[in-house]
Design a protein around this ligand. Structure first.
Ligand code: PLP
Length: 430
């Protein structure tokens, strides 16, 4: 099968990944099987030894998943990618593939709550320490967070739900200065609106559950390797990639697969083998359907997010509004640099009158529906103080940057006039 050369993100969204041969299914088929049959044990042995590529068991690799991963790799400008069962699994594998007990990670403090728990608590129990830094810290403050055992730096292009924009160049330069890669969770902008590898990121992760699927139909994740990080140049820091793996007959991932393929091959061969967390081929198929229209949907999400933010910023019953692309927003300059074509559909704002006003307002909404989800085709809304963060006191909420009045609105791809009319009537009613 010839690799398709797509020059634009739009065409890659539609046509990347699956290239049917003569007489093959036009759409990527769902390989629902767990296993593959071989004529000889010798042939299967070569697959197990990673001497030959081929499929034998879906926990390790599946053609449906591989086709969808190839599309995501092409969209991000990477050399290799893998799908995982969730965004949580993607971020866990991305870090754990290169950091182990006794190691250290530098992470932006403006990250998704689930990722914060993973890094601050679960990885700590596994012996991996994390230093959190304010994403807007100076280069000197960032440099001071590194230790001799630091193995990677982690951040989110647009933080969920804080909406802080990562200065990717600053974080990449610092990471590279200390001989480690930068991992960026690019869930909110998707590669349609930002490709972190172009700014120096080495590894990109996704919760495909959000905009990539886009229809609230499947939970999933992805890891993309830029293929640029020179593991061999920092071999002492990354022995797992640069010395023989006794559990795979002594394979040396960097020697065998080069810097383009070593990281993802190791994650597949070791982490998927031992920890599971595979994407189901059925869900990979659904993600691919979402990807086929991602370029169209992201443009509308971003446009609606900005239109709604503009409307709210002028409304007397709204205390404050946050959207990275809104002129005057604290993140506007960074958004212009990294997200010139738009940022995302998520807007956070405070209803004047605090917690009670936010609750009353949300109860009046009709089109925007209350859901824990974000980044869906349908507009949805969440009051963190009353739901995801309800165990926290108002003081704790304020310390976490999530006021009791904060409403997180995820603008869908409906007509912006209808979303605004719904917000307008709900604000009028309180
Ligand atoms: C939702 C989310 C995750 C976790 O993804 P799941 O698919 O829910 O496991 C990770 N990072 C970001 C930025 C997210 O929004």
């Amino acid at each position: 099968m010839a690799e398709l050369q797509c020059s634009t993100i739009d065409t890659t969204c539609v046509q990347g990944g699956w290239r049917p041969g003569d007489g093959d299914p036009r759409q990527v088929p769902i390989y629902q099987n767990t296993t593959w049959k071989y004529d000889s044990s010798e042939h299967m042995g070569r697959l197990f030894d990673l001497e030959e590529s081929g499929y034998f068991y879906t926990r390790l690799q599946n053609p449906t998943n591989d086709a969808v991963a190839a599309k995501i790799a092409a969209l991000e400008g990477g050399t290799a990618a893998m799908l995982t069962s969730s965004g949580q699994a993607a971020n866990f594998f991305a870090v754990f593939n290169i950091a182990g007990c006794g190691d250290h990670v530098v992470a932006s403090s403006a990250i998704y709550g689930g990722t914060f728990n993973l890094l601050a608590h679960t990885l700590r129990r596994m012996g991996i320490a994390v230093t959190f830094v304010d994403p807007h810290c100076t280069r000197e403050q960032l440099d001071a967070a590194f230790q001799p055992n630091t193995k990677c730096v982690f951040g989110e292009t647009i933080a969920n739900p804080a909406l802080a924009v990562l200065d990717i160049r600053k974080f990449a330069d610092a990471a590279h200065g200390h001989g480690v890669p930068l991992i960026v969770d690019n869930t909110f902008p998707t590669p349609v609106l930002c490709r972190p590898i172009e700014f120096g990121a080495d590894i990109v992760t996704h919760s495909t559950t959000k905009y990539m699927d886009g229809h609230g139909a499947s939970v999933g994740g992805a890891i993309v390797d830029s293929g640029r990080f020179d593991w061999a140049a920092h071999a002492d820091k990354f022995p797992g990639l640069t010395t023989p793996d006794a559990t795979y007959h002594g394979v040396n991932y960097v020697e065998r697969f080069g810097k383009e393929g070593a990281y993802i091959t190791k994650a597949t061969a070791q982490l998927m083998r031992d920890l599971g967390s595979i994407q189901s081929p059925q869900n990979a198929f659904l993600v691919n359907l979402g990807l086929e229209s991602l370029h169209l949907r992201m443009a509308r999400h971003a446009e609606n997010g900005l239109a709604v933010a503009q409307f709210l910023s002028e409304h007397p019953k709204v205390a404050w509004v946050r959207h990275p692309s809104l002129p005057g927003d604290a993140e506007f300059a960074l958004a212009q640099e990294y997200l010139p074509d738009g940022s995302c559909g998520v807007v956070s704002f405070g209803v004047a009158g605090g917690r009670a006003a936010a609750e009353a307002f949300m109860a009046k909404l009709q089109l925007a529906q209350i859901a824990t989800h974000v980044a869906d085709a349908r507009t949805c809304v969440l009051h963190p103080a009353a739901s995801t963060h309800r165990q926290m006191t108002d003081d704790e909420l304020a310390a976490a940057g999530i006021g009791a009045d904060l409403v997180r609105l995820s603008c869908g791809i409906e007509n912006a006039r209808d979303i605004i009319a719904d917000l307008d009537q709900a604000l009028a009613a309180i």
